[in-house]
Design a protein around this ligand. Structure first.
Ligand code: RB5
Length: 145
């Protein structure tokens, strides 16, 4: 995958990593839809997870990236939107398997948990790994609703 639109958002914990992710995604040929936040003023992560989830579910974006302190709260928010499969990733293996097995369409990351280099490695793995397909994975994803 190297074209299309990626929706991205973070709460106040993540604007600087969000900028790095945006630059990297643009270099890969994606159009980036930045849904905020843009400063360090405290905001509520559910608003940003929901915004990315809605962009992906509506087809405005092919995939999404969400960032908060742990990646947990914002992934829960994104996952409340039907059609979203947001995965919290911590390393290349989790990012890769989230794509191969879960066909995750949103990557969630915690800046207070994952260092900047590993974060970039996760982004690379998430956007260069395809869903492996196959009857069992398709069946399981189908059960997610
Ligand atoms: C905000 O302080 C923090 O709670 C948030 O970034 C995130 O970690 C929530 O899951």
């Amino acid at each position: 995958m190297s074209e299309g639109t990626i929706a991205i958002a973070s709460d106040h914990a993540g604007p600087s990593l969000k900028e790095e992710f945006k630059a990297d995604l643009e270099k890969r040929g994606f159009t980036v839809l930045d849904l905020g936040t843009h400063g360090d003023e405290s905001v509520d992560y559910p608003d940003y997870g929901k915004a990315v989830g809605e962009a992906v579910a509506s087809g405005k974006a092919e995939r999404g990236v969400v960032i908060c302190g742990t990646g947990i709260g914002i992934s829960i928010a994104a996952n409340r939107i039907p059609g979203v499969r947001a995965a919290v990733v911590h390393d290349v293996t989790s990012a890769k398997l989230a794509r191969e097995h879960n066909d995750a369409n949103v990557m969630a990351l915690g800046v207070r948990v994952v260092g900047p280099e590993v974060a970039m490695d996760c982004l690379d793995a998430f956007f260069t790994t395809e869903f492996s397909g196959g009857e069992r994975h398709v069946r399981r994803i189908g059960k997610l609703g």
